[in-house]
Design a protein around this ligand. Sequence first.
Ligand SMILES: C[S@@+](CC[C@H](N)C(=O)[O-])C[C@H]1O[C@@H](n2cnc3c(N)ncnc32)[C@H](O)[C@@H]1O
Length: 279
Amino acid sequence: MKDNIANRRKLDLVQKLRVGRVVLRQNGPRWVLHLSAYLVFSRAAEFFYGRMAVLRERRGLPGLNSRNVNREIWESWDWSAGGEEWTPTPEWKDALIRGVLEQHVKPGDTVLEIGPGAGRWTEHLIERAARVIGVDISAECVAICRRKFAERGHAEFHRTEGSDLSMIGDSTIDTIWSFDVFVHINTVDVKAYLGEIRRVLKPGGRAVIHHGGVGGSEGGWRSDLTAARMVELVGGAGLLMESQLIEWQAGSQTHRLVYGDRLSVILRPGKADAGGHDV
Ligand SMILES: C[S@@+](CC[C@H](N)C(=O)[O-])C[C@H]1O[C@@H](n2cnc3c(N)ncnc32)[C@H](O)[C@@H]1O
């Protein structure tokens, strides 16, 4: 019965007291005591969440989305579920693979995955790509992926400091894939990553990036990034925002992103010669 706190304003105090009398009669004092505690504490939680956001913005604080916090969390995460704890249903995952991943990752591509975690998407990228490079801030994730994909000679995994792709050459990547990663990365690091993305993509190459759209206001441990700021950053990096999705289609089904997230498809403009260099 978790409610939307804004809805509570739809009843005035007298009406609330009337409802309260009926609820007390029907449920008894013990249950009503628990309900009262829930109503008070959930409102307090909402208040403090709002204050945290104000303080964060005013003082330019990184909140829970700095590189250091990300590294600490993902180094010690229990990866035994392989990241499938973020897969709501098998149909949802299948739809994302068919409706988005396979639309952009072409057979034979050289693919960069930023933040592979335990390889939830990597195993599908590996099946399609000629070469897969995974780059993660967590040494533990790099170790897991190296073990899991040890037999796949065309996959390699490296650690990043959190906004650099220094292990990758200029204009060498056809497609970049990153899901459930940039949602946790603050704007300052996203900006640095976009410069790197521009450098490593071949002209005509694309990055498909799932990221926050509302600066964390809808929860989900999202970073301070907004959809509008992402558009500015992409343009500022010399890239082109092709589309910014809030949902995707697979067959007759539509799937919507949560927490106000977006899925940006970003193009490095320009034509490539056979070797992937600007012409
Ligand atoms: C929620 S997990 C998602 C893992 C995987 N993409 C998936 O969907 O199953 C977030 C991943 O992003 C990685 N990560 C967080 N911040 C990062 C950064 N700045 N650069 C690269 N990887 C990062 C974490 O180490 C972790 O592997």
